[in-house]
Design a protein around this ligand. Structure first.
Ligand SMILES: NC(=O)c1ccc[n+]([C@@H]2O[C@H](COP(=O)([O-])OP(=O)(O)OC[C@H]3O[C@@H](n4cnc5c(N)ncnc54)[C@H](O)[C@@H]3O)[C@@H](O)[C@H]2O)c1
Ligand SMILES: [Zn+2]
Length: 361
């Protein structure tokens, strides 16, 4: 078991890692005086874990209500948020009542958004059940819903008051969903921590087998690294943008294929390879480091080539519309070595074109 503290003054909170789901009520009791709770989840996750979480909360004296949202990214919507507000009213939730987000990033973002806005803010406990949610989306307080016009267009920064992670829930997570989180884990090593990167090189096999000891260290370190960035730049005014490493090209690939061809982690994996190749071409990153990074990505079961029928032109064009464009320049997070990145907006279109061409071959 491990605890990571996110230090944000009055908004500080703990991330509890490696705790069993059936003890969530007991732990929560230590953190709140609230009695009423609303669990937000979906039927897939509910099938595995709802009774355990509900039972644990009830045993610790909480009054428990449940609201289920259909499974899928398309339900991270204002329509579902409205339905959840109606539940909050129906169950007469008050300012001290607790919302429990039990699920992956979709549930976490949606439940967090509702918690941030209902009565101007109820406390939210995140109980993340995907690797991506455990190492990324549950930490840092970004909450959002999608609009038909684009993903995450409406949202806020709203920190949880507790993140409670049971690693054993990953056993029921489909393998391809685990890989989504794996890309973010590798990302943390590349951008911030060479030792962690080396640990991943050694332990990738065990990690993919869900060795609980390795998993605890990996999830723990990932949370620490993300927390460190969020503490310095909660609202993404500067440093936090390094977390977008691999996401510039990754988002372009996702958008061009209507979010159907790639899992987010696959697109980010290709995006990280692209960023490394750009850095190498610009003389910033040694070939040896780039090879090591690509090798680790492959070892994680993630792609290192675009592998879709996309024209180089279309990719370059979408890149220049990316929201990370500042003053007409595409911003790339580029590694200088394993464990250190910088943000650059002076990458020439020729270099991008060359690299994208190389990745489509
Ligand atoms: N807030 C942030 O900082 C942040 C960061 C990254 C991503 N996100 C958001 O996260 C979302 C993606 O999250 P995700 O990758 O967790 O996907 P997800 O929430 O859709 O979960 C993936 C699938 O796994 C199922 N599932 C979840 N836990 C399970 C378990 N333990 N066993 C079996 N099945 C399980 C879900 O029902 C779903 O079908 C996106 O909407 C993205 O925008 C937010
Ligand atoms: Zn991501």
């Amino acid at each position: 078991m491990k605890t990571v503290k996110v230090r944000l003054g009055e908004k500080s909170y703990h991330i509890l890692i490696g705790y069993p789901l059936d003890a969530v009520g007991k732990m929560l009791k230590k953190y709140t005086k609230g009695i009423k709770s609303l669990i937000v989840t979906n039927p897939t996750i509910a099938g595995y874990y709802l009774e355990t979480v509900k039972g644990s909360l009830q045993q610790s004296g909480f009054q428990v209500f449940v609201a289920q949202v259909p499974d899928g990214e398309e339900h991270k919507s204002q329509a579902e948020a409205s339905r959840l507000y109606a539940k909050c009213v129906e169950y007469r939730l008050e300012r001290q009542s607790i919302i429990v987000g039990l699920g992956g990033g979709v549930i976490g973002d949606l439940a967090g958004y509702v918690a941030a806005t209902f009565m101007r803010g109820l406390p939210i406990v995140q109980v993340p059940t995907t690797l991506l949610a455990q190492v990324d989306s549950s930490v840092g307080g970004k909450v959002a819903v999608n609009l038909p016009e684009g993903k995450n267009l409406v949202g806020s920064f709203y920190q949880p008051f507790l993140v409670y992670i049971d690693l054993a829930v990953l056993k029921t997570l489909p393998v391809e969903e685990r890989e989504v989180g794996m890309a973010e884990v590798i990302k943390y090593g590349i951008i911030l921590d060479k030792k962690f990167f080396e640990y991943l090189e050694k332990k990738m096999g065990k990690l993919r087998e869900l060795d609980m000891g390795v998993l605890e260290r990996v999830v723990g370190r990932s949370c620490e690294l993300k927390a460190g960035v969020v503490e310095k730049d909660e609202k993404e005014k500067g440093l936090r943008s390094i977390l977008n490493f691999g996401h510039t090209l990754g988002h372009a690939l996702e958008a061009l294929t209507d979010y159907k061809k790639y899992k987010h982690g696959e697109a980010v994996a290709i995006g990280m390879v692209g960023a490394c190749r750009i850095a190498e071409k610009m003389g910033m990153l040694k070939k040896e480091a780039r090879d090591r990074i690509e090798h680790l990505i492959e070892k994680a079961g993630l792609p290192v080539r675009i592998g879709a029928q996309l024209s180089v032109d279309s990719i370059v064009q979408v890149l220049s519309l990316d929201k990370k464009v500042r003053a007409g320049k595409v911003r790339f997070v580029l590694p200088e070595k394993i464990g250190r990145v910088i943000v650059r907006n002076d990458v020439s279109e020729d270099v991008v074109r060359d690299v994208v061409t190389g990745l489509t071959e």
